[in-house]
Structures are given as C-alpha cells and as structure tokens.
Design a protein around this ligand. Structure first.
Ligand SMILES: Cc1ncc(C[n+]2csc(CCOP(=O)(O)OP(=O)(O)O)c2C)c(N)n1
Ligand SMILES: [Mg+2]
Length: 890
C-alpha cells in the first residue's frame, strides 16, 4: 500500500514515486530485512551529513500485524462467540440486579466490561494457564471495574452460584462478591488488587521483574510464564502506569504483557478527544523499548484497506481524532458515512456499496477475536522485550444508543426494556420478552456444547482463573537466641537501631533455613543506612551482571552487581521498590515459595509517599517487613521539613493488618523481627510489619528479663523506681524519645524528689488495637466479667499520674487514653519539622527531658501533690520560655 497521496509540500511527486517504487521493489525481491537495512543506512548517512531527520516514533493508525502475518485462531469462532455473548449477558444482568428494586445504590459498571470482553475471552480460551500441581500459571492483573465480566465467566463455569452473583457488592452477610478485585475479601479467587488506578500496572512490571529475580537465584524455575496486565486508557494517565515502563524495557521483560483497553473514554469524557491515545501510547512505549502491537481495526475493514491503493483511507484514519471516533460509534452508520468517509469523495465511493448498518458494523480491532488472537500469539512469542497491546474498542459496546460511546456511559447501571431486548437479540440469548421482565441470568445446562467447550479449554490450560493460592508450607523461623548479639548490651559502643538492624539482617541471610529467602530492598539509600557492606556480601541483583569494573573495585565493600545478586537496589523509586516488595511478600502464593523481604527506606517516603501501595499490600496479604529508617521528627536532625517523620506510625495504623512498632533498643528490634517472622511465616498469619528505625547513636542495654512479651504487646516496664518518695509518676516513652524520658526520670528524682517508673512503649498502635478490642468485647458482653486491656493491666495500681512522650504527633500516644486508669498527659511533635540539632529540635517540639519533667510536675500539681510555684520554678530552671510559640503553628 504505497502512500501516493499528493502532499501539498511535495515539490516533485514524480521523484517521490521513484523512491517509493524502489523501496517497494526491494521489499518484494529481497525482503523486509534488507529494506530495513537500506533505510537504516540512508538514515545514518543523512545524520552524518548533518540532516535533521523527521522524528517518528509512531506508525500509521492501523494494525501492527499485517493481515498476511496474523496467526490464525485455532478455536471454534462461533462457539466462542456464543460463550462470550453469555458472559456479556450475565455481566450486564448482575449489575442491573444489584441496582434494581432497592435503594441500596450499590453501583457497578456495565460499559467497561462490554468494551473489554473479547480481550478477556481470547485469553481465557487460549492463553492463560492456571497454577496446579504441575505448573505455575500466568498472572493476571484484571482491570478493576471490569470485575462483573470475570464473575460472569466463573458463573458459567459453575464456580459461582446465582446467589453469589445476586450478592455482587453485598459482602457483609458472607457469600458475596466484592465490587472489585480484592484478595482480602475473596482470598481463593482474586490475586491482585487493581482498582486504584495505576497500581495494577506498576505492580505487574515489578512482578515480572521479581519473576526474573527468583529464577536468576534458582529459587523458582524460569519458564515461559507471563504476567498479563489489563489497563484502561484513562488509567494510563496515572504516573504509576507509565512511570516504570522503562525498567521493563531495559530489563527486557519478555514475560510481561500489557493490554490497554483503548475505548477512548474514561469516566467524564474522552481520554484524548483532540488527539489519539493509541498513537501517543505507541510512541511512549516504543521509546521505552517495548514491543508495541496496535490492534486498531477489525477484519471487516480488511477488504477496504486492501482497496486503499493510494492511501487515502489510511490518511483519513490518521487525521481523525479520538473525539471524532467516539462520535462515529455514538451516532451510527449514516453519520459515519457522511462525516468519516464523506470527507473525500473517493472514500464515499469506496463504501457506496455498503448499507449504513454495514458501515456501523465495521469493527474495531479489540472486538475481533481473530485480531486479538494474532496479537496475543505474537506477544507470547516475543523475546527480549515486554509487549504492549493497544486494543481499539468501544466503551459500552452493544448497549445501543443509551450506552455505546455515550459520554456518561461509564456510570450506566441499567438498561431500559427496549435496550435490554436489543442487547438480547444482538447476542442471541434464548430468553423471551416475558422472561426478560425478571431480568434473569442465563446459564445453559452443563451438557451443552458451549459449556463443554469452555471447560475443555480451561482443562487444556490447567484449571480455572482467576484463582489464588492462599496456603503455603510454613517456614522454620529462627528462635530468639539467634539474635544473641542484639539481646546483649552494646557496652561502651554507641550504635543506632538501624545499624543493629543491618547486622541482624546480614546474619539472617546466613541462616541455614531461611537465609536464601531474605531479600533486602533499598531505593538508593543503602549508604545512608550503613548497608553498603551488603553490596559485596550479597551482591546487587542485575539481570545483565556487571559489565564494567566498578570504580571502587579495590575496596572490600565494592559495588557488586551480579546476576545472582540477593539484594534489590531499585533506584530512587519508592513505588517501584514497594511493588517489588509486594511481589516478594506474596511469593508464598504466586510462586509457592515464601520469601522474606525487608524494604528499608526513609520513613517519610513510605506510608506518606506510597500510602496506596501500603494499603494494597494489606489487601493482597503481603507478608514481610517495612523498615522506616531515619524516623522521628526530632531524631533525623539536619534534614528538615520534608524529611522529618512524625506521623508514619499514625499512617501505618490505618492499614488493618499492618503491625507497627517504634523501637528504641537493639533487643526490641530483635524481638520484634523474630516474632514477626514467626507470626507471618510459621503461624502463617496474614499480617505485615512496619518498624521505625533511628539514626541516632547511643549505647544499648541488655534486654531486661521477661521483657519479650511486653515488647510484642506494646509496652513493658523498663525501669522500676526504688526510692521512697511519696511523689511518684509513670513515664511512657517510645523510639528515641524514650531516652529523654529516662533522662527526665533522673532529673525528677535528683531535683524534685519525684520517683518515676519508666515504661518503654514499643507500639501505641498495638496497645490501642488491644484496648479497642477489649472495650468492644465488654460492650457486647454486659453480663460477663469485664476484660481488662493490656494498658490497664500494666498501669492499674501503679502510683501517680501517667505521662507519655514520643517523636510522633500527640495523636499517636493519645490513642490509649481510654485505658489509662489515671490522669494522662501526652507530649508529641505536631508541626512541620525543620533542620537543627536534635537537642534544639526536641526543645522546640517540647519533647526533651525538661518538657517531660515539666509535664510530670504539672500532673502532680493538678493532683494537688505539689504547688504551682514548684512548677513555675522548674520552668525557669529548665530555661523554658513560657511564651514560646506553639510548634504546631510555627
Ligand atoms: C486512583 C483512582 N482514581 C480514580 C478512580 C475512579 N475511577 C474508576 S474507573 C475510572 C475511569 C476509568 O477509565 P479507563 O481507565 O479509561 O477505563 P475504562 O472504564 O474506560 O475501560 C475512574 C476515574 C479510581 N478507581 N482510582
Ligand atoms: Mg477507557
């Protein structure tokens, strides 16, 4: 198909034709490869002579795979169409039923699945293997709001009942179906939470990356398993969708396939009304090194394109913008004849023999199973590159003039009677008009050929999908004495909890049972945390090994990249590192190979920066450790407002199955990590851990006897007062501020004759969860002996008021107020951080030893144990400016 269209800027059309003819002759006689070579030579030559070549990352708006190269679909097209029609039907009906005859406003989506149905169907029938005892299956990231269609297929397969379909979005009473893919709610079914737009694509990329990592380390066999991710074209605007595609290109992740459902619309309107999303994405993905397969036109266009000798039809296809393409589908055949073909008389002539109906039916590639099959087959064959399939579809396909390509189609929840009838007719569902009154599902008897065909296809592919493996073989995790070094005093040596942790981690990698399963992950901060020793010890995973001699090769701890590297260095990319962590933290399910990932990062760039991934990690039942290093608003001293974290603990507690701790001493870190491994990998509890680490160096005492249980529960008596004084207080502290609390206790004793018991609180969050649980139980069991929260158990009967101080917002410690049996006063670091010394910052935020002591004296004054003048004197003595501004407002 030579483009002989006269271009206005063509000063010598004859010469142009000669060049084009010459190229055609080469293609015909010597093949495409030779043509490529010659063009490359011409291009190189032109560049050498200084010519500015036109820059083209995109190809014309048509299918990448020429008709003659399409791999033919092996199945029974008619059978598959009937199956697909039934899937479409039940998907529509379940959403309609969820929104009929009730005021529950349950929602659901019709139009998305109707646009993507063929793309799923071809995959389910021909490509996607399930996991079973013999094989690990392909991994599917399903476009979240197309879930009704996936349920619908499972219903036809007999995996879901009619009652379950009726319970779509009715989950509370059990036996319901979740609105979107949520492994937490359907642990045997959904594998990946995708509905928060953008999280599916980035997780899929890192899943494919981790798949390669695990096989490079010989933990899981490398086979031709693939990760398939379905995305909306609107979803592509999320930074997470495109932000990591260059990694996939660079790492040559041939085990990754993106399918972008380009129905040209998002929720409010067109994705690119004034442009072409498919063309834009072609350029973007090609630039990132992907194999791009455009599936733009269906087979009904093939005869027309074959007739397009002068390229005019192609030109028309190229010049139309997406807003116009939406119009053609919304307004039908006559409109398309007039506005699309009618622009050029030659094109109008070309379709003169077609009826309006036939013009309307000229289909888009994503609705043509043959074109889709050819694209999938090509993706499956592709080596050395990830593949993106850009499939042109129609949003609300089949829903008539109420839904198809309409602006508001995303929110369509029901069809009127006539439209439903038309939908039934279009898809030949054997239900009468009368039967339609009850908006019924349709499932033929099991012995019908369609049913047998569908089961047969899945048998060939190893079982049904989606399916998630919930169980795994428990690991033998180390006992506490494996961490002997951390349980002992550090003596004179001053270290940080980060250093203590890194030492533990290093030792864990040498553990005979679980060493190889440990994966340290960093986003370009290993040196910050003193982890550079691990570079050499473990090697940094790199699919290409190390192709250069590192500049520090002569040093002991040189920067060692290695094909079998154990450590993951993901660069300045917290979302990517977190996605890698999630893939490893769910390897127990997706690879049947439990891994123990430790992702360590600047705590401020964790829950705050990538909170939605942390939330998804809860949903997906990730098991592993997140380490928020350089934490504490006043403990990370120099860095300032954007770095000083005084709230990640609060954010961590928003994830229901995230267990969070703010440790002070090395032995606490050891107890928490040891117990975490036991709970997650031995007891198989569906939780993950968040632990804050500090960069302040100090001496660490030996673990007090019997402290372990309290460390895990959230608090333990660190030091009991032994003095005789009548004036007594209970001091609570966590993280670095526990040390200020200890200093305050000494101050109180020496200068004010106040005795203090000191409680180390490792987790106000865990204490709160326990307290709330107990309170709830008591409310529901009024006639039973009330239970007592752990906080109350610890503090009841202890003399004096209670004062807590942490390096976090006051809310953090304040949460336990309800279970503190006496007066309770809380200090914390509300407000924006800033750079200065720790001492100055702790004074500024009012959490240093002086403020702790002042708070204790104030509480004693309130109880009438000391006079106001004692407190006033203390303020003066501590050099506190009583009129200093509130740090919250400074
Ligand atoms: C992060 C995020 N923002 C917003 C939404 C709400 N939302 C759900 S679907 C949708 C439109 C999706 O359009 P597209 O990706 O093109 O999918 P289509 O339905 O067209 O296939 C929006 C905005 C969401 N789920 N997640
Ligand atoms: Mg869309």
């Amino acid at each position: 198909m030579t483009d002989r269209t006269p271009h206005t800027n063509d000063i010598d059309p004859l010469e142009t034709a000669e060049w084009v003819d010459a190229l055609e002759a080469v293609i015909k006689n010597e093949g495409m490869e030779r043509a490529h070579y010659l063009l490359k030579q011409l291009s190189d030559h032109a560049t050498r002579t200084g010519a500015q070549l036109p820059y083209a990352l995109t190809t014309p708006f048509r299918n990448t795979i020429p008709v003659q190269d399409e791999t033919p679909m092996p199945g029974d097209v008619f059978m598959e169409r009937r199956i697909r029609s039934m899937v479409r039907w039940n998907a529509l009906i379940m959403v309609m039923r969820a929104n009929m005859n009730n005021d529950d406003e349950l929602g659901g989506h019709i139009s998305t699945f109707q646009s993507v149905a063929t793309l799923f169907d071809v995959g389910f029938n021909h490509f996607w293997r399930a996991t079973n005892d013999e094989q690990l299956g392909d991994l599917l990231y399903i476009q979240g709001h197309s879930a009704p269609g996936i349920y619908s297929r499972s219903f036809l397969e007999g995996r879901l009942s009619e009652e379950q379909l009726d319970n779509f979005r009715r989950e509370v009473d059990g036996n319901g179906l979740s609105s979107y893919p949520h492994p937490w709610l359907m642990p045997d079914y959904w594998q990946f939470p995708t509905v928060s737009m953008g999280l599916g694509p980035i997780q899929a990329i890192y899943q494919a990356h981790i798949m390669r990592y695990l096989s490079a380390r010989e933990l899981v066999a490398r086979d031709d398993r693939k990760v398939w991710a379905f995305l909306g074209d609107g979803e592509i605007d999320e930074p997470e969708s495109l932000g990591a595609i260059s990694l996939a290109g660079r790492e040559q992740l041939e085990n990754l396939v993106f399918v972008v459902n380009c129905n040209l619309q998002r929720l409010d309107g067109p994705v690119r009304g004034n442009g072409k999303i498919i063309q834009e994405l072609e350029g973007v993905f090609r630039g990132a090194g992907w194999n791009v397969i455009k599936v733009v036109w269906g087979g009904l266009w093939d005869p027309l394109l074959a007739k397009d000798k002068d390229g005019l039809l192609q030109r028309r296809m190229d010049e139309c913008v997406d807003g116009e393409y939406q119009n053609y589908k919304a307004n039908g055949g006559a409109y398309t004849r007039e506005h699309f073909f009618g622009k050029y008389p030659e094109l109008a002539e070309m379709v003169a023999h077609l009826s309006d109906e036939q013009i309307y039916k000229l289909n888009r590639g994503g609705h043509d199973p043959d074109k889709v099959y050819a694209a999938y087959a090509e993706a499956k064959r592709t080596k050395g590159q990830p593949t993106v399939i850009l499939a042109h579809t129609v949003k609300g396909y089949g829903t008539g003039d109420k839904g198809e390509a309409q602006m508001g189609t995303h929110s369509l929840k029901k069809l009127d009677k006539e439209t439903l009838q038309a939908f039934r007719d279009k898809y030949v569902i054997p239900l009468s008009d009368d039967e339609l009154e009850s908006v019924p599902y349709y499932r033929p008897p099991a012995d019908r050929p369609e049913m047998e065909y569908m089961h047969q296809k899945r048998r060939e592919l190893g079982g049904y999908l989606p399916a998630r493996i919930d169980d795994f073989e428990a690991l033998e995790t180390p006992a506490l004495d494996a961490f002997k070094a951390q349980l002992e005093s550090s003596g004179e040596r001053e270290i940080s909890t980060t250093m203590a942790f890194v030492r533990m981690l290093s030792n864990l990698t040498k553990d005979k049972q679980i060493g190889k399963r440990i994966v340290p992950i960093v986003p370009d901060e290993a040196r910050t945390f003193g982890m550079e020793g691990l570079f050499r010890q473990l090697g940094i995973y790199s699919s290409s090994g190390q192709l250069y001699e590192p500049v520090d090769a002569a040093q002991v701890m040189y920067y060692k990249e290695d094909k079998k590297g154990q450590m993951l260095e993901e660069g300045i990319n917290e979302s990517g590192a977190m996605s890698a962590w999630i893939a490893l933290a769910t390897a127990y399910s997706n690879y049947r190979c439990p891994m123990i990932p430790f992702y360590i990062y600047y705590s401020m760039f964790g829950h705050q920066r990538i909170g939605d991934l942390c939330w998804a990690a809860g949903d997906i039942q990730a098991r592993g450790f997140l380490l928020g290093a350089t934490s504490g608003r006043t403990t990370l001293n120099g860095e300032g407002l954007q770095h000083q974290d005084g709230h990640s603990q609060i954010l961590a507690n928003t994830v229901p199955n995230c267990i969070s701790y703010d440790a002070t001493f090395a032995y606490e870190v050891a107890v928490i990590v040891q117990d975490g491994m036991r709970r997650m990998y031995q007891e198989k509890q569906a939780v993950y851990y968040y632990l804050t680490l500090l960069n302040e160096n100090y001496q660490h005492p030996e673990m007090p006897e019997d402290a372990a249980e309290g460390i895990i529960k959230g608090m333990y008596l660190f030091r009991e007062s032994v003095g005789e004084s009548e004036l007594r207080v209970q001091l609570l502290g966590s993280g670095a501020i526990l040390r200020e609390v200890i200093a305050a206790a000494d101050l109180l004793k020496e200068q004010f004759n106040v005795e203090a018991d000191i409680w180390a609180v490792t987790s106000f969050n865990e204490l709160t969860r326990d307290g709330q649980d107990v309170e709830r139980w008591n409310m529901l069991h009024p006639q039973d002996e009330p239970r007592e929260s752990y906080v109350t158990q610890c503090l009841a009967g202890q003399p004096g008021p209670v004062i807590a101080a942490t390096d976090y917002m006051k809310n953090y410690a304040d949460q336990i107020r309800g279970w503190v049996p006496v007066s309770y006063r809380v200090l914390g670091t509300d407000g924006f951080g800033r750079s200065d010394s720790r001492q100055k910052l702790r004074h500024f935020f009012e959490v240093d030893r002086h403020f702790v002591a002042l708070a204790a004296l104030t509480s004693l004054q309130e109880e009438g144990r000391i006079g106001a003048e004692v407190v006033a004197a203390a303020i003066q003595q501590f050099g506190i400016d009583a009129d200093k501004p509130n740090p919250l407002k400074s």
